[in-house]
Ligand binder design. Structure first.
Ligand code: NDP
Length: 326
């Protein structure tokens, strides 16, 4: 038997509790993992609170990320004792996830734990940090360089935002952080932000073209915020889009694209091919120190994960929450 958070739905009513589960009830897969740590991403918050249609099959063990040790494997690339990381692939949505002491998975979804990281630090990074890295790599691919001027990060005190600020600053970019938590200015400055702006400047409907300010931007907020960021991006700049913390709408015009050649680069972490994941994790290993991970992450036990998920969706959490599953 092992412990897991389980989401059940009956008559449109969702219930979430820690349950004891038989190992034989784990879903199909060719690798079984003893999970050391999982984490809470925005998507896990939506799944656990039921505030977004993340879970497609019930009952579901949530947790889109996990890191742990292989306890059995019939997959060619993984053997008993290997330490592994998993991000996405529909885990915690259509396949039981990481907020549990054990998980059984398709070995093709796993990557080896980078030697620079412990299982705990890999979960401090999690999908949020890996997505921030994918976003930075997209800015690089589109030619945004540190000498071009200010780069904006929205949702800056959140998981993706905190890592985006930290990674961009380490690469020498001049980072401006937009946040709704002015009391976290010191935290954001310690991550490397040079300027802090109030997110209220971006959340309301704005003009189709605004004063050109950003050489590039990493947005995890969507809605009016993303439209205003695109409208104030400089000629030829690039804005990455990965999230919808403000909303899934995009109420803008084509003007920034057709008059300023602005690029809007979509970022998906869930279905990225293995080679891209490995490249992103390699860059994370090069750029992140244990100090920066400790600044960003807070550890909680599995028993506190449901309450923390509610606070995350209410926007009350700074940085990342790592969940010790055992
Ligand atoms: P967090 O909850 O950690 O961070 C979101 C941040 O957005 C908050 O901390 C807050 O930052 C800001 N925010 C919250 N509500 C609002 C609002 N109403 N208006 C404006 N800003 C708001 O979430 P994550 O960082 O884990 O994820 C962020 C988004 O990215 C989510 O939508 C998530 O689903 C998405 N995502 C997508 C991925 C992909 O593959 N495409 C992968 C990972 C995440 P502050 O207080 O500093 O303003």
């Amino acid at each position: 038997m092992f412990k897991a958070i389980v989401i059940r739905k009956e008559d449109d009513h969702q219930q979430v509790a820690i349950e004891s589960i038989h190992e034989q009830d784990l879903p199909e897969g060719d690798v079984t993992v003893a999970v050391d740590y999982s984490t809470l991403n925005y998507k896990d918050g939506l799944a656990i609170t039921g505030k977004g249609p993340v879970v497609r099959i019930f009952p579901m063990v949530p947790g889109i990320d996990l890191a742990g040790t292989v306890t059995s494997s019939s997959h060619g690339e993984f053997a008993v004792g290997d330490q592994v990381v998993l991000n996405g692939w529909g885990v915690g949505e259509t396949h039981w996830g990481g907020l549990a002491e054990k998980a059984r998975l398709n070995g093709d979804w796993l990557i080896p734990l980078p030697t620079a990281f412990s299982t705990k630090s890999a979960m401090a990074i999690g999908t949020a940090g890996y997505t921030a890295m994918l976003s930075v790599m997209a800015l690089e691919r589109h030619g945004v360089t540190p000498d071009q001027g200010e780069v904006l990060v929205t949702g800056a005190s959140g998981g993706v935002g905190s890592f985006a600020v930290s990674l961009l600053a380490k690469l020498g970019y001049q980072v401006t952080a937009a946040t709704g938590k002015p009391h976290e200015a010191e935290y954001l400055t310690s991550l490397g932000a040079r300027t802090i702006i109030d997110r209220q400047e971006l959340t309301q409907p704005g003009k189709p073209l605004q004063k050109e300010r950003w050489a590039g931007a990493i947005d995890s907020v969507g809605s009016h915020t993303l439209s205003n960021v695109v409208a104030s991006t400089r000629y030829g700049g690039t804005v990455t889009c990965c999230g919808l913390a403000q909303g899934m709408d995009l109420p803008g015009t084509v003007m920034p694209f057709i008059l300023r050649g602005v690029t809007l680069a979509g970022i998906d972490s869930v279905m990225q091919p293995k080679a891209v994941r490995m490249a992103a994790w390699q860059r994370l290993a090069e750029l992140l120190s244990n100090d920066s991970l400790e600044q960003i992450a807070t550890e909680i036990p599995l028993s506190q994960a449901v309450g923390a998920a509610e606070r995350l969706i209410d926007g009350q959490i700074k940085g990342r929450v790592v969940v010790a599953t055992r």
